[in-house]
Ligand binder design. Structure first.
Ligand SMILES: NC(=O)c1ccc[n+]([C@@H]2O[C@H](COP(=O)([O-])OP(=O)(O)OC[C@H]3O[C@@H](n4cnc5c(N)ncnc54)[C@H](O)[C@@H]3O)[C@@H](O)[C@H]2O)c1
Ligand SMILES: N[C@@H](CCO)C(=O)O
Length: 349
């Protein structure tokens, strides 16, 4: 039986949910997926770090109190986050990177990915910074070291979008996309339609694990801008940087604006979009748009996201599903590990 050894870098909502899934489902995965997962290291800025080469108890990790230095309670644990040692020396095959998204320079997560890839370890990540800001460098580094760099959860959480579009829509002559790509802001807009104030709705999204560490990134559109860059570069063969994407968020929308839209048979949605033009150039934007109720994206509510791809051969192809959430995003990490496993099996045929 194949067993992959994981080191978890960042142990917040998403990686803790992954530990919980491993605790509950490892036996089932043995028959269903043909592999099991063993956690050999965890490191987190707030919780400290621990290495257990023989395997750490995933259930114990999932139940760990959210207290400063809590990983030091475990045998071999430390109060400090020994990130470099855990990434390089815990004996992991796969580094599971889920630290804060830094929308400015992608650090320190980009360095964590570099250390792992240079050391011949696969990387799976839900962090948008390294891909949007340093994607081509990291992909090249992965290729040179013959390892995988997978990031399905960076766009629309556990809903399959990147791999689905890259594989199943290859050859469809994709020329653009538009979508609701941020769970927090869509949750806030839906909550405001129900009469909740902006600040209360943001606080609820934080409580539910949807929001970024700094929710300004969600409501001002910066998170969607990173996702637009990731999708455009991946699927439209664009070479966009964040500065190429015009960006405005939803913070200026009042309860009055939302009520007025309702009376007019419309809804405000934060839309991320990109379009390839006849001369080959790609333009992209993030902005609140007033959609009439019969628009396909108008009925997408709460933390649900949706993206509609414009293709030459099929017309519009729309994918909808969870856009945020701890377990939903942990599932994306599992899907990346399954992809690594399938590539390994394919290479051995
Ligand atoms: N929660 C979601 O719905 C969701 C969905 C898709 C993508 N993401 C992305 O996944 C990542 C993790 O999300 P989350 O909800 O678990 O966030 P979180 O804030 O709950 O957890 C992040 C953890 O990373 C740790 N951390 C931060 N900087 C670190 C560093 N330098 N070294 C070690 N640890 C560090 C923090 O202490 C924290 O415990 C983020 O990049 C987020 O943008 C989250
Ligand atoms: N904060 C992000 C997480 C998913 O990337 C959102 O709300 O969509």
């Amino acid at each position: 039986m194949i067993e992959y050894k994981l080191a978890l870098v960042g142990f917040g909502g998403v990686n803790r949910a992954l530990a919980q899934l491993i605790a509950e489902r490892n036996e089932q995965w043995k028959t269903e997926l043909g592999f099991t997962l063993k956690i050999v290291g965890v490191t987190d800025l707030f919780l400290g770090s621990v290495v257990g080469r023989e395997g750490l108890d995933a259930g114990v990790l999932a139940r760990l109190p959210a207290a400063k230095g809590a990983l030091a309670q475990l045998p071999g644990g430390e109060v400090t986050a020994l990130n470099e040692a855990v990434i390089k020396d815990s004996g992991a095959d796969i580094i599971v990177e889920a630290t804060f998204t830094n929308p400015v320079d992608g650090e320190p997560a980009t360095s964590f990915c570099r250390w792992a890839l240079e050391g011949g370890k696969h990387v799976v990540t839900t962090n948008k910074g390294p891909i949007a800001l340093h994607g081509s460098e990291l992909k090249a580094l992965a290729r040179r070291n013959n390892v995988a760099f997978e990031y399905e959860g960076s766009v629309m959480s556990g809903t399959p979008v990147i791999r689905l579009a890259r594989q199943a829509l290859a050859g469809s002559s994709m020329v653009g996309f538009e979508g609701i790509l941020n769970g927090t802001s869509n949750f806030v807009l839906t909550s405001m339609e129900g009469g909740l104030g902006f600040a209360e709705a943001v606080a609820k999204a934080q409580e539910l694990g949807y929001a970024e560490a700094d929710p300004t990134a969600d409501v001002e559109g910066h998170d969607v801008r990173l996702k637009v860059v990731i999708l455009a570069n991946e699927l439209l063969d664009a070479r966009l940087t964040v500065n190429d994407v015009t960006c405005s968020g939803i913070s200026s929308l009042s309860l009055g604006d939302i009520e007025k839209a309702r009376q007019d048979g419309a809804r405000w949605k934060l839309i991320g979009a990109a379009q390839r033009h006849a001369d080959g150039s790609v333009s992209a934007s993030v902005e609140p748009r007033l959609l009439s109720n019969d628009h396909p994206l108008a009925s997408v509510c709460g933390a649900t996201n949706a993206v509609s791809f414009t293709t030459g051969l099929l017309g519009a192809v729309t994918v909808s599903g969870p856009g945020a959430g701890r377990t939903e995003t942990a599932f994306a990490l599992l899907s990346d590990i399954i992809s690594i496993h399938q590539t390994r099996a394919h290479n051995q045929e």
